[in-house]
Design a protein around this ligand. Structure first.
Ligand code: TRP
Length: 321
């Protein structure tokens, strides 16, 4: 099975990125031929600082490997090292109805916020379709928020195949069980644009402070909390802790005499422990940047080998050669 996913280098990676995309991708690296890339072309739709793009791109590679991506098993590369993605994106854009893109949330959300969207943002799902189709990917591990984009990909593949003959594999999105949307510190979806994230590799003091600042309801420590499963802190604990630990926290809240301060302290401890090993691996990687660059270069070679073949197939199908 060919597996593919991408992640944007548009900021420091957070726990929402981890559970939405990184963890499922890392788990799948043992189950098929996995290709994971850093979507630097996509980041251009919202990040306009060259130095930061370079920096975040490298950080994503480091963080992903620290979290368990094994470059012996999965191919890790930078999207723009395989420029065939862009050619295929053009080919697909010419069969893509405007209406399909007008309905996409990445674009709609921005417009709704009163911001002006650039053409890249509008065309974002087409480039994403090219990313997926150019590897004949069958399975695409993503967070729920990317469901619509994978549906656009499927639509475009089907449309192209109808217009020009069987060319593309139709991919399936793959969501990790239990990882609906990861809530941020304010209860909305965790997202850099809401400034409600917990960084995967945040500094200890600052992260503790951030977690302790989660706003909860005003019930006192003593009061029993029968709705204990439904608050921001416990929802994060659900992802970070073993089930028994999670259930124990719920019990304590329900019984009363256990306050939100206690809960948030526990949340920080569990978070810190959860990423301990990754943090240690990361320290080594940061000292070995040549190795990180080498992984990306070798990954690009391997990815490009496949992308060239599929791109050629598409070019031939539609009469470019
Ligand atoms: N849009 C994805 C995100 O923001 C990143 C992405 C780009 C991607 N191309 C992809 C994910 C292809 C999966 C497959 O999370």
């Amino acid at each position: 099975m060919r597996i593919l996913s991408g992640i944007q280098p548009s900021g420091v990676l957070h726990v929402g990125n981890y559970f939405g995309m990184m963890k499922p991708s890392i788990e799948l690296q043992n189950q098929g031929e996995a290709f994971y890339f850093i979507a630097d072309y996509h980041s251009m739709t919202s990040l306009f600082d060259a130095e930061l793009r370079r920096e975040y791109t490298r950080q994503v590679a480091i963080d992903f490997m620290a979290c368990g991506l094994d470059p012996e098993k999965a191919v890790l590369f930078k999207q723009s090292d395989v420029p065939e993605h862009v050619e295929l994106s053009w080919i697909l854009s010419s069969i893509c109805p405007m209406g399909l893109l007008e309905r996409c949330h990445s674009y709609k959300d921005k417009i709704a916020k009163g911001l002006s969207a650039n053409h890249g943002l509008f065309a974002y799902p087409v480039l994403m379709a090219a990313d997926i189709l150019i590897y004949d990917a069958e399975s695409v591990p993503v967070g729920r928020d990317q469901k619509q984009h994978v549906e656009v990909t499927r639509d475009l593949a089907i449309k192209f195949n109808q217009a020009y003959g069987e060319t593309f594999v139709i991919p399936e999105p793959r969501f990790r069980e239990g990882a609906e949307t990861i809530p941020g510190l304010d209860g909305q979806k965790m997202s850099k644009s809401y400034n409600n994230t917990v960084e995967i590799f945040g500094e200890e003091k600052a992260t503790r402070k951030r977690i302790m600042s989660i706003v909860m309801d005003s019930r006192s420590r003593e009061e029993p909390k029968p709705d204990a499963e439904e608050n921001r802190a416990i929802e994060l604990i659900k992802h970070l802790a073993h089930e028994a630990v999670y259930l124990d926290e719920v019990e304590k809240l329900k019984a009363g005499g256990y306050g939100y301060g206690d809960l948030k302290k526990r949340l920080f401890e569990l978070y810190w422990e959860y990423f301990r090993e990754a943090r240690e691996r990361r320290e080594d990687l940061v000292k070995n940047l040549d190795y990180v660059d080498q992984v990306l270069n070798e990954g690009a070679e391997r990815a490009r080998g496949i992308a060239r073949v599929v791109n050629k197939r598409a070019r031939a199908a539609c009469g470019l050669e």
